[in-house]
Design a protein around this ligand. Structure first.
Ligand code: AMP
Ligand code: MG
Length: 504
C-alpha cells in the first residue's frame, strides 16, 4: 500500500477527549517532519492498556469503551480524533559507532501534543505504517516486540526511571515478516517529547544552521527553560543533557537494565529511556552481558553503557558545535567532562542505597566492589541478591543464609557478612528500618526475558491476560507481596536460550 492510498481510508471521528492540542513540534517547520496519516490495520483488536498512563493523560475511566470515541480505531491507525495531526519526524544518527546518515520515524507517527494535568505530552503510534523515512522497512511492528516495549516502558516508570510511557497495544491478524511470519501490532507511546540526539546531528551534518538553531531554541524554550538565560545557552543545554544522561545511566546500571541499541538516534534529549528493542535485565550478574543478539562485538554490553552514553554525548556536542562556536569549545568539553563525575557519584550513591547505607564511609567502595566482584565471578542473580540483602540481620549469630546462601564460596560468605555487619553497626543501622528503605530501591520483580516471553507466547495464542497481569506486577515492582511469587524467582533453565535480536 502506498502512502496516498492510506490518505483516503483514515477518517476523523466526530468525537474524542476534550484535549487542548498544542502541537508545538508541528509548528517547528517543514524541514522537521512530514505530515501523513497512519496506514489502517485490518481487523484490529485490543491487546493491553495501561490505566496509569491513561491517568497521566487525564483520560476518563471509560475511554476504552465509549462507542463514539472508538479508541480501538484510533490506536490501531484506522481513525483520528478531532485535533490529531499525524506526522513523522526526520533525524539521523550514529549506529554502532558509525555515521548512518538520515533515519527518521520509519514506523512511528506523532499524533500531536496535548495539555494534560501533568504537563504537555505527545502521543505517538509505533507500527502505524510506512513513512518517507521507512527506508527498507515495512513501517510495521510485530506483536512480540510491541508487548516488550509496552511492558518495559511501564516497568521502568514503576521503577522510577525516566522513560517514555505506553498507553496501549492494539493488534491485527495482518501478517508481518521478520525471522518468521508474525502479526502486526501498534504501541501508543507517550512522552513530553520524542526528540533525539539524532535530530541535532541531522541538521548539523546537513549544514542547516538555521534549522539547528530553531531546534535547539525549541528544546530550550519548552524543556530546559533554565538554560535560556545562561551566558552560553547551548553549552548550558549540553551540560544539562549530559547531567540527565549520567543520572539515567546510573539508574539503568543500578537495576541491571541493558538497553541493547544505544545508537544516537535512540538517545532522548530529555534523558528518557526510549526505543525499547532488544533490551534485557540481568539475571546472573555479568558485566560483559550483551542483551542484543545482533551486537556481536558487544559494543552495548551492560558494563559499557555509561561509556557509550559519554560517547553519544560527544556526538550530540559535535552536532551543537555550529551553535556553540569554536570560541567556546573548552566550555563544551568541560560540560562533557562533568558527565564522568556525575555518573560516578550517582552510581556510588545508588550502590550505597542498594546496600542500605545511609552515610558514606571511605571503605564503602571496597566493600561494594568485593560484593560485585564475587557476584560477577559466580554470576549471582542481580535482582535476587540485592532484594534479599534487605533480610540481612546484624544480630549476633543471625542466620543470613537466605542472602549469603546465594554465594557458593564459603570463605567469601563469612568474610563479607562479617565486614557488612561491622559496616552497618558503624552507622547504628536498624535492621527493620534498613529493610524497608532497601525494599524501596531494590525491586522484587524486573521484566526478565522469560517473563516477557511467557506473556508473548500466550498473547500469540490469542490470550492477552498474562500481559495485563504482568503489567500490574511491574507497575509496583517494590511490593513485598511479590517476594514469594514466581515472578520474583530465579529464571527457569529455558530462559538461557532466549535470543533477542534487533528484529522487531
Ligand atoms: P531502531 O534501531 O529500532 O531504533 O531503528 C532504527 C531506524 O530504523 C529508525 O529510523 C526506525 O524508524 C527504522 N525502522 C526500524 N524498523 C522499521 C520498520 N519495520 N519499518 C520502517 N522503519 C523501521
Ligand atoms: Mg530507534
Amino acid at each position: 500500500m502506498n502512502i496516498d492510498d492510506a490518505t483516503t481510508q483514515v477518517s476523523t471521528l466526530t468525537a474524542g477527549p476534550a484535549w487542548h492540542w498544542r502541537n508545538r513540534f508541528h509548528a517547528l517547520g517543514a524541514e522537521f517532519h512530514t505530515e501523513l496519516p497512519p496506514q489502517p490495520l485490518p481487523s484490529p483488536h485490543w491487546v493491553a492498556h495501561s490505566d496509569s498512563c491513561a491517568e497521566l493523560l487525564g483520560l476518563p475511566a471509560d475511554w476504552l469503551t465509549r462507542a463514539d470515541w472508538n479508541a480501538l480505531a484510533v490506536f490501531s491507525g484506522n481513525a483520528l480524533w478531532p485535533g490529531m495531526r499525524p506526522l513523522a519526524s526526520v533525524y539521523s544518527g550514529h549506529q554502532f559507532g558509525v555515521w548512518a546518515g538520515q533515519l527518521g520515524d520509519g514506523r512511528a507517527l506523532s499524533l500531536g501534543e496535548i495539555d494534560t494535568p501533568n504537563g504537555p505530552q505527545e502521543l505517538q503510534l509505533k507500527g502505524a505504517g510506512l513513512t518517507p523515512y521507512s527506508r527498507m522497512g515495512d513501517g510495521r511492528a510485530v506483536l512480540r516486540s510491541s508487548i516488550r516495549e509496552f511492558l518495559c516502558s511501564e516497568a521502568m516508570y514503576g521503577l522510577g526511571i525516566p522513560t517514555t510511557r505506553a498507553l496501549c497495544i492494539t493488534g491485527s491478524p495482518m501478517p508481518v515478516l521478520r525471522e518468521t511470519l508474525e502479526t502486526a501490532a501498534v504501541v501508543t507511546r507517550v512522552a513530553p517529547s520524542f526528540i533525539r540526539f539524532g535530530h541535532f546531528e541531522h541538521f548539523s551534518q546537513r549544514a542547516e544552521p538555521d534549522a539547528l538553531q530553531r531546534l535547539a531554541d525549541f528544546v530550550i524554550e519548552h524543556h530546559y527553560p533554565e538554560c535560556r538565560d545562561a551566558p552560553q545557552p547551548y553549552v548550558a543545554l549540553l551540560t544539562e543533557v549530559a547531567r540527565r544522561t549520567a543520572e539515567l545511566m546510573a539508574q539503568w546500571q543500578a537495576v541491571g537494565f541493558c538497553h541493547g541499541v544505544m545508537n544516537t538516534d535512540n538517545m532522548s534529549i530529555l534523558g528518557l529511556t526510549i526505543d525499547y528493542g532488544p533490551f534485557g535485565f540481568l539475571d546472573g550478574y555479568d558485566p560483559a552481558h550483551i542483551c542484543n543478539h545482533t551486537d556481536r562485538q558487544g559494543r552495548y554490553a551492560y558494563a559499557s553503557q555509561p561509556n557509550v552514553g559519554f560517547w553519544n554525548l560527544h556526538a550530540l556536542a559535535q552536532g551543537l558545535m555550529p551553535l556553540i562556536g569554536n570560541d567556546h569549545t573548552d566550555a563544551a568539553l568541560a560540560a562533557l567532562e562533568a558527565y564522568k563525575q556525575i555518573y560516578t557519584d550517582a552510581m556510588r550513591l545508588r550502590l550505597r542505597r542498594k546496600c542500605g547505607f545511609t552515610t558514606a564511609r571511605k571503605d564503602d567502595a571496597g566493600l561494594i566492589d568485593a560484593l560485585l566482584k564475587q557476584m560477577a565471578d559466580e554470576q549471582t542473580d542481580h535482582t535476587l541478591l540485592f532484594r534479599r540483602l534487605a533480610t540481612f540481620s546484624t544480630a549476633e549469630g543471625a542466620d543470613n543464609s537466605a542472602v549469603m546462601g546465594l554465594f557458593n564460596d564459603p570463605q567469601f560468605r563469612e568474610r563479607w557478612a562479617a565486614a557488612y555487619t561491622e559496616r552497618l553497626r558503624a552507622e547504628h543501622s536498624d535492621d527493620a528500618q534498613r529493610a524497608t528503605a532497601m525494599n524501596r530501591v531494590n525491586p522484587s520483580v524486573v521484566l526478565r526475558n522469560h517473563l516477557a516471553e511467557a506473556a508473548i507466547r500466550q498473547a500469540q495464542a490469542g490470550d492477552f491476560s498474562e500481559v495485563q497481569r504482568l503489567l500490574k506486577v511491574l507497575q509496583n515492582p517494590f511490593d513485598e507481596r511479590h517476594d514469594t511469587s514466581a515472578d520474583a524467582g530465579f529464571p527457569p533453565a529455558w530462559a538461557q536460550h532466549i535470543e533477542v535480536s534487533c528484529s522487531s
